[in-house]
Design a protein around this ligand. Structure first.
Ligand SMILES: [Zn+2]
Length: 611
């Protein structure tokens, strides 16, 4: 929290100018593209067809012996494991510079192979499911298949919605083409789209990129915020028809999946595989909407504190407490993050220290044509890599701890589970990350002494809950809406999208926020709308995480161990059940209700501190 880090004036650096220690350690995965090619030849066999004839050898025999079925699943897991290793390397290298040709080609080759694999293995599930129930049950409960029992049970759970083998094969064949809308949006958003520079109050032009946009929105210079907001959204607005078609295309893919597998709705199709009832989705929206007056109160407080006649959407990210400077370098942030997780024990802290400061999990800084945003990624045989565009704000430190939460979850699940249970489900994916964020905030709140700093942090927390719990629920509601249109045959148009988006903005933010025309196009720039009912899980995740932080911080060894068990469980149980291991039940609306009450209480607390 020492040195103030200002908005970088310099142009974004080329990748070659970034120090090795600040780049992720991709060499640990493959020493070179040549090593990658050799592995690709061994596992992908691009030129032969079928690529994996060994699968077909089991087409008849699996029914005869559970040992053969086990062997078949073993082989599938091994191929999948090796392909995802190849995929990880290609996608990391691709994201370092999305315009670089070698990585782009490699990424597209390995993606094609993953589809080919899905296609060649597509017969297995329907064949299994078509097998007489009693015989299948006997197989699942036979000794050799012990280690795959839950894996097979999950497959049987999908039985009602699995198609005959030939149709499944057809669906798998269509897989790659069904990605077009989301791939095209990614290419447009990350590489092709350029924004005009933002202009600050001194009339100075500032380069506008995805990474810098977030930074400008936190600037005290209102002219800069407004200009960044308007220039960014106007750029999207000028492509509104194309962007509407892309989003519509993506929703049509979901509709195709829903109809072909005979689900009642797109949202049901997305939630069913994880055994999550659609009522969890609806009750989230319900619980948040009941508490919207808390957000309106916060907006009113913000307007007063900023001394503005009118609050705009570009005024929502500025810290309300201007005099407190809490920017920090990457090194300072890592140190604080490691201290903040002390409640999770020494082993946990040591692994995290290793990753953030020595093993180079993190690709720290922005470079030209690097993928925007931040994520944690990797595979069973890699470190849990983190992509960041660290600029030195408190918010960047929160992003770093957020992504490290994901990475620790991956690390523990991979270390404690066999390959086929090592990937945790999306529903629980945001729990560990939010847990980390909450710990860092509490750690900082404990360290600071002045009223201003406390207010600054509570303000930060409120903004974080606003964007994670409230904004994502608004997104979830919008997503539900656009899928319902598709289900009802209502055509998507830019006008309809903008009108409905405006209504939601007005309802969520309330009477104190003026919604600029430019904000109506915001839907067009949200990558998550291409993910198929993903965003609601940020909101349920933050609610679960809040409940768990309270439980672990106020608890003892038992509560800590239960939380670590959850982190180590991967997908060895259904998501709602792994969360129950840690002590929180998402089948009830209570965690969301409690999180919203917490938000409400923080608004009051901030109001008092600022009085
Ligand atoms: Zn996350």
């Amino acid at each position: 929290m020492a040195a103030h880090i200002s908005i970088p004036e310099a142009k974004t650096q080329e990748r070659c100018a970034i120090a090795k220690q600040d780049q992720w350690n991709v060499e640990a995965l493959y020493s070179s593209w040549q090593a990658w090619e050799e592995d690709l030849l061994k596992w992908g066999r691009e030129s032969s067809s079928p690529h994996w004839p060994e699968l077909n050898a089991f087409k008849e025999s699996w029914k005869k012996s559970s040992e053969d079925l086990k062997k078949l699943i073993d082989i599938c897991c091994e191929i999948d494991r090796q392909l995802s290793k190849l995929h990880t390397y290609a996608h990391l290298r691709h994201d370092e510079d999305v315009s670089e040709e070698v990585a782009k080609k490699a990424y597209s080759r390995i993606t094609a192979l993953l589809y080919a694999f899905a296609q060649e293995a597509a017969w297995i599930e329907p064949e299994l499911l078509a097998y007489p129930e009693e015989k299948l049950d006997a197989l699942i409960h036979s000794k050799p298949l012990d280690s795959y029992r839950f894996y097979l049970e999950k497959m049987v759970w999908m039985k009602k919605h699995t198609l005959p083998a030939e149709q499944e094969e057809l669906l798998a064949m269509a897989g790659k083409s069904l990605e077009t809308a989301s791939q095209a949006f990614g290419a447009f958003n990350n590489a092709d789209l350029k924004f005009p520079p933002a202009v600050d109050s001194q009339g100075q032009q500032k380069e506008l990129t995805h990474g810098k946009y977030q930074l400008y929105l936190r600037s005290p210079d209102r002219a800069l915020r407004e200009s960044a907001f308007k220039n960014l959204h106007r750029s999207f607005l000028s492509y509104e028809n194309t962007l509407c078609e892309l989003l519509s295309g993506q929703v049509q893919c979901h509709l195709f999946g829903m109809k072909s597998r005979k689900f009642a709705s797109c949202v049901e199709a997305a939630l069913f595989p994880h055994q999550i009832d659609v009522s969890v989705y609806h009750s989230l929206i319900q619980a948040v909407k009941t508490h919207l007056p808390a957000l309106h109160r916060y907006m009113n407080l913000r307007k007063k504190m900023m001394g503005l006649d009118q609050l705009h959407l570009y005024d929502l990210h500025v810290p309300l407490v201007k005099q407190v400077d809490m920017g920090m370098s990457y090194e300072e942030a890592s140190k604080l993050i490691i201290e903040s997780v002390a409640v999770l024990g020494k082993d946990y802290q040591n692994s995290l220290t290793q990753g953030l400061t020595k093993d180079r999990w993190v690709d720290r800084y922005e470079n030209t044509k690097k993928r925007s945003g931040a994520y944690s990624s990797g595979c069973y045989d890699s470190m849990p890599y983190i992509l960041m565009n660290y600029h030195g704000t408190l918010n960047d430190a929160l992003t770093l701890t957020h992504e490290s939460g994901h990475s620790m979850h991956s690390l523990l699940s991979r270390a404690n589970q066999p390959y086929h249970y090592s990937r945790y489900s999306i529903f629980v994916a945001e729990v560990a990350s939010t847990f980390h964020e909450e710990l860092l905030l509490r750690h900082l709140l404990n360290r600071v002494t002045s009223k201003e700093q406390k207010a600054f942090l509570i303000n930060q927390k409120l903004d974080d809950m606003r964007s994670t719990l409230l904004r994502q629920t608004m997104f979830a509601e919008f997503e539900l809406k656009i899928h319902r249109w598709a289900e009802q045959g209502i055509p998507m148009t830019p006008e309809l999208l903008k009108t409905e988006y405006r209504k939601l903005n007005q309802e969520y933010f309330g009477p104190d926020v003026l919604i600029d025309e430019e904000a109506d196009i915001e839907w067009s720039r949200i990558p998550h709308f291409y993910y198929n009912f993903y965003v609601y899980q940020y909101a349920t995740g933050i609610s679960a995480a809040h409940a768990l932080v309270d439980r672990v911080v106020n608890g003892g060894d038992k509560e800590r161990e239960e939380y670590l068990t959850f982190l180590s469980s991967g997908s060895s149980k259904y998501p709602i059940d792994v969360l129950k291991l840690a002590g929180v039940d998402m089948r009830t609306p209570q965690p969301v209700e409690a999180a919203m009450r917490h938000f409400d209480a923080l608004v009051t607390q901030l109001g008092e501190l600022l009085r």
